[in-house]
Ligand binder design. Structure first.
Ligand code: GDP
Ligand code: IMO
Ligand code: MG
Length: 427
């Protein structure tokens, strides 16, 4: 019995969806364990191009169960839309199961996300405005509504009678916004409950039983480790609990940590970030713009469409995330994006006030001030998108991957050279 986790090792959008679509072949169950529809996981395979926000990226395999675990917050409308879109494109969702313990994202979470961002002014976090932060705040405050409540109209009403007056005070008195009406909210969410009832089950029991049968379970992370509430660039982070780090995976699907055997960390061959917060290797010049636009999948957010900030590979930040996740092997994605550069830099350390810094600092005020120490590598200036064997990569590209491997301190056993399922090199 064993579970393995796929996590993002940087600031999100490393290509987790693409890796899960590939690695799902090894598993009988694919389960999302944290976050909400702030995630945007792109998959390109024989069925087309998809951007998934809640549905696990194993959904394209008719023989796999896909679970949305107890650690996820679910916006019912977003989930229903995603199911409808998949079905309309010929992807069956009959194997999709949603935890009855998952939290429900409510309209006041969307409003509060927007109003809080406005109130932060120049310190805005640049959230995805999907209401996910406020939904997790309510979970921790024990004000949350769970999927199981949606199929029990009386329980839902009594929850709303307790929670909604508090939310309306917040909306009206703090923000001068319109209150929400209990009756229409209740009716809408009872309706969601009717539509989603066939999908609701105790997903933890399903995972536990599969592990007892000796099956492999893939736990799909969201976001990136540097956006984590505890270890990320606080306060410019996301607010999932359980965390999207590997350690959160067990909690988010309801198994013990001893059942996780492997942690696959997904890393881009350079860095990107959407939203605000420090990013030491960010390139604000033309080079950053070239990285953003290069290749078949330009760097624009899968959830918000925002341009991603781009910069050279940051080995200090990436190695830090290898350690906090206990990454056992890494997948390096988007190597093909660097195909046309004459020279490529890797940040191997930071410099702060003339002193060398090898560790990732705790505060954004320090991270904003550090200067990256770069090591220059020769580019390969050849198309790698058709390469399927490591030895067939140009020797400069091989050297680049091996150098990152040494800096991460864990083996890179997959190199991705394009967004499509087959565009991968297994070592
Ligand atoms: P996720 O959130 O980690 O699943 O990543 P996203 O889907 O948000 O962003 C990754 C982007 O890179 C998507 O557009 C993918 O189609 C694309 N992608 C993934 N792997 C590769 C690769 O090796 N090369 C290229 N060019 N694009 C890739
Ligand atoms: P995937 O799973 C990249 C970022 C937002 C913002 C911060 C807080 O596709 O990698 P939130 O809406 O979560 O309160 O926003 O976190 N963020 C992501 N960035 N990829 C993601 O998910 C992200 N999910 C949240 O841009 O900076
Ligand atoms: Mg994404």
């Amino acid at each position: 019995m064993s579970a393995f986790v796929v996590i993002g090792g940087q600031w999100g959008d490393e290509g987790k969806g693409r890796m899960v679509d590939l690695l799902a072949q090894e598993a009988s169950i694919v389960a999302r364990y944290s976050a909400g529809d702030n995630a945007g996981h792109t998959v390109i395979n024989h069925l087309g191009k998809f951007a998934l926000h809640l549905v696990p990226a194993g959904i394209f395999y008719p023989d796999k169960l896909c679970l949305i675990g107890n650690g996820v917050v679910v916006n019912p409308q977003v989930l229903l839309d995603e199911i409808e879109q998949l079905e309309s494109r010929g992807v069956s969702t009959k194997n999709l199961i949603v935890s009855d313990r998952a939290q429900v994202l409510m309209p006041y979470h969307l409003r509060v996300d927007e109003l809080e961002e406005q109130a932060r002014g120049s310190s805005a976090l640049g959230t995805t405005l999907r209401g996910v932060g406020p939904a997790f705040v309510d979970k921790v405050a024990r004000l949350g509504i769970r999927m199981a409540d949606l199929i029990d109209p009386a329980a839902l009403r009594s929850r709303l009678e307790m929670v909604l007056p508090q939310k309306n005070v917040l909306l009206e008195r703090l923000y001068g916004a319109e209150p929400l009406d209990l009756e229409s909210l209740h009716a809408t969410y009872v309706e969601y409950g009717c539509k989603l009832k066939p999908y609701l089950r105790d997903t933890a029991a399903i995972v536990q039983e599969a592990l007892e049968r000796g099956e492999q379970v893939l736990l799909e992370g969201a976001q990136g480790s540097l956006l984590d509430l505890d270890i990320g660039t606080y306060p410019y982070v996301t607010s999932s609990t359980p965390s999207s780090l590997a350690a959160g995976a067990a909690i988010g699907v309801g198994i013990g940590p001893t059942q996780i055997e492997r942690v696959v960390g997904v890393y881009k061959a350079y860095m990107t970030r959407v939203g605000n917060g420090p990013m030491p290797t960010e390139l604000l010049d033309e080079t950053g713009d070239i990285i953003r636009r290069e290749g078949p999948a330009p760097e624009f957010g899968a959830t918000t469409g925002r341009p991603r900030r781009c910069g050279w590979f940051d080995a200090v930040a990436s190695r830090y995330s290898v350690r906090v996740n206990g990454v056992t092997s890494a997948a390096l994605t988007r190597l093909d994006v660097l195909d046309n550069f004459p020279a490529i830099e890797i940040c191997t350390a930071y410099e702060l006030d003339g002193e060398r810094l090898d560790s990732f600092p705790a505060t954004t005020s320090i991270l904003e001030r550090v200067k990256p120490v770069f090591e220059e590598h020769s580019g390969w200036r050849k198309d790698t998108s058709g390469v399927r064997r490591f030895d067939d990569l140009p020797k400069e590209a091989q050297a680049y991957v091996k150098r990152i491997e040494a800096l991460l301190g864990c083996p890179i056993d997959i190199v991705s050279v394009g967004p499509e399922r087959e565009q991968a090199i297994r070592r």
